[in-house]
Write a protein of this length. Sequence first.
Length: 466
Amino acid sequence: MMTQVSRRRFLNTASTLASASSMGFLTSRSVARSKSPNERPSVAVIGCGGQGTGDGRRATNYGDIVAVCDVDTSHSAYAKAAYNRRMSASGRGVKIDVYDDYRAVIDRKDIDAVICGTVDHWHVKISAEALKSGKDVYCEKPLTLTIDEGKIITKVAEETGRILQVGTQQRSDERFLQAVAIAHSGRLGKLKKLTVGLNHNPFSKPVPVVAPPKTLNWDRWKGPTEDVPYRFLKNGKDGQKLVVTLGDGSIDASNCHKEFRWWLQYSGGKMTDWGAHHVDIAQWIINQCGPGQGPVSVEPVMVQAMVPFDERGNPTLDDQYNAPHRFTVHVRFPDDVLMEITSEGRNGILIEGTRGRIFVNRGTIEGKPIEDLGTNPLPGDWLEGIYGGPVVEHVNNFFDCIASRKKPASDVWTHVASINTCHLSNIAIRLNRQIQWNAKNQRIENDAIASSMMKRDFRKGYEIEI
Ligand SMILES: NC(=O)c1ccc[n+]([C@@H]2O[C@H](COP(=O)([O-])OP(=O)(O)OC[C@H]3O[C@@H](n4cnc5c(N)ncnc54)[C@H](O)[C@@H]3O)[C@@H](O)[C@H]2O)c1
């Protein structure tokens, strides 16, 4: 029976071996997955909102949650109770410690892995510090808030050799994998155009300043971002429909929980929220998701922003959702491939080649080449070629990689290549002009203002040290 210390040493040794491989890529296949209940990794969940709590629930199948951390104590209390129930029900009750400062988790030597389900603007700082402290990390998408953060986290992942899995679970979804396999098989001919539908961003009326909830450490929630007041309004108050969404509009408006994604200070709107998934798959399809790969240019062809931007791309109002409501950008890749990323039409990816087209999203995969699979199936080993073996649930893949030290399904290199396309698209939209991207050297050409938008200042005390 392994103690916690010896289990940790085992994981560290495996990691050191893997990090010695070229360029920091994880290639070792020699370490078998641990099966003993006593060898389950100890896991902390940092950021226990909707998604982080769900990731943690899935993680209880493969590891023991020993710590939860959230800047809102009501969220950490909820997550702790949920994990306690789940782990006790399966006879694996363990003590779960609660924190409101992630640094206490980073400092714990007995924790093997971190699930980071915080808001986007905290992802890189927390993930980088966790990796540097020797932990493996499953971080929610989008991993980065800026192009510069992509450079930082890639460097840390390569230097530490730890496992870093991004929460883009479409990479562990057989339907999307099938789309990649069909495109790569040549059945669509030469690929010409991919249309990536992400849906509209919601817009809001002004959201008033109010006192933050007592359970929330608002200053720490803001972390590296600007010091601004908390805003909230119950939707429907005084008969108002405050937030216009594609759904039933029954959500509250705020610049915090869940709604942060519609504020460019904290996220990138649908462009990064859904683009992290669909642009990622689209770039995989055209083999443009490796280090140094990516678009050549990004051109906004339609923008409808309810909050106008100034000449430096900054929103001109500070009290309402500012991710542009509607947008279409044309992203040009090498080999004359056009990717249209748009808020219009169906959510999903339409892939068009000279010999055929298919459409894929979370509910369907369709088109003549799919119908043809009945009489002309893909080779029996197609999944092996794309995924490396039978598809497992995405969090499961992370835990498999903790044991095997293999590269996870959503690694840092592929994710950064595709999320950079989303960041570039947002920069082009905010400036309303075409930008040229040098993927090899990771820079925007001949545009000082656009180049300056590749990074953001961190609030004093929240810098990322690498
Ligand atoms: N993979 C997917 O399909 C998917 C789906 C939904 C959300 N997400 C991603 O998950 C992340 C969270 O989204 P959500 O909808 O759960 O948002 P949320 O607002 O419900 O949850 C975020 C949580 O992080 C906490 N937090 C913020 N800063 C923190 C810090 N420094 N330390 C600890 N906790 C902190 C917040 O208090 C909150 O509880 C986002 O990055 C989002 O893009 C991914």
